[in-house]
Design a protein around this ligand. Structure first.
Ligand code: SF4
Length: 300
């Protein structure tokens, strides 16, 4: 049931010791609720804005729990010793930026993911303020489909943005993932102008011949490569991650379905290593020589 308090946050999971969601050792907070409907979504339990029932291993449970900012702060502050310890982990700290604020911050920190964390960010400002007060490094994983005000609130507090690039043709963006491309473009432009550090994340998703429901087609790849190239001239892009399609979310789809939800279970058709490499080469070929940044292939 939706919470009536404006300052409570709906969270599905607090995942400790994450190593892939920012520099150092991270605690990743998964916030529930997303405005998009990506058919390949690996976190289906984070899409609805409400608590949902699931059924798994012979019992019912719920995805989603309400937290006040104070309650969430109390959970996150417990992990400061681990954030501090990750000082030794230099390989994972490659992407730290030398701004005054970032130099002061601990080497590890908190990452907000989802769902779309920007949708709840205005309720989180007191939490973010307190975490910053403890010099905790803050990252966010976002699709950028949110209001301008939400993005501005994030820019005020967040040290590192992981930004998805999904579909860059307006009609496909609307029909496949239910997103307004103009909103995305305006937010990306504002974020690039802000100078905040950005890592682009590109889900590489296969599609069947009949339905164009993935991201892998040639024309989309070209648009993505061009957009990255243009972004390198305008903002602080640290690297690009190509995320290979995976089916790790299928158990959660089944659990939601068995709990009574009408989720549509995705069909994955497979992305080859050669396709990943070719996408990577395309991005590198579009990148101006004086702006080279790492383009990593990530398999989960
Ligand atoms: S933006 Fe992310 S959480 Fe939202 S539907 Fe797409 S993949 Fe799922």
């Amino acid at each position: 049931m939706p919470d009536t308090s404006p300052k409570r946050l709906l969270v599905t999971n607090i995942q400790r010791f994450s190593l892939h969601d920012g520099p150092g050792i991270r605690t990743t907070v998964f916030l529930k609720g997303c405005s998009l409907r990506c058919p390949w979504c690996a976190n289906p339990e984070n899409i609805s804005h409400n608590i949902e029932k699931y059924y798994k291993d012979g019992k019912y449970g719920e995805y989603g729990k309400w937290y006040s900012c104070d309650e969430l702060y109390a959970e996150l502050i417990k992990d400061v010793p681990f954030f501090r310890e990750s000082e030794e982990n230099t390989a994972l700290n490659t992407y730290r930026i030398t701004s005054f604020r970032q130099l002061k911050s601990l080497p590890g920190g908190v990452t907000f993911s989802g769902g779309e964390p920007l949708l709840q960010i205005k309720k989180m400002e007191s939490l973010l303020e307190r975490l910053r007060g403890e010099n905790i490094h803050l990252a966010i994983e976002t699709s950028l489909f949110s209001s301008k005000e939400s993005l501005n609130a994030a820019i005020k507090y967040i040290d590192l943005f992981y930004v998805d690039i999904k579909l860059l043709e307006a009609n496909r963006c609307l029909t496949t993932i239910k997103g307004d491309l103009e909103t995305y473009k305006a937010n990306l432009s504002a974020l690039l102008s802000s100078g905040c550090p950005i890592v682009f994340r590109i889900p590489v998703i296969s599609e069947d011949a009949e339905h164009k429901n993935g991201t892998l087609d040639e024309s989309n790849q070209k648009l993505v490569a061009q957009m990255i190239s243009e972004s390198l001239h305008k903002g602080n892009v640290l690297k690009v991650e190509l995320i290979k399609e995976h089916n790790l979310g299928l158990t959660k789809y089944q659990a939601l379905k068995d709990g009574g939800s009408d989720v549509v279970i995705p069909q994955y058709h497979g992305v080859s290593d050669a396709q990943m490499e070719s996408y990577r080469n395309l991005i590198l070929a579009e990148t101006p020589a004086d702006k080279r940044m790492p383009v990593e292939i990530c398999k989960i």
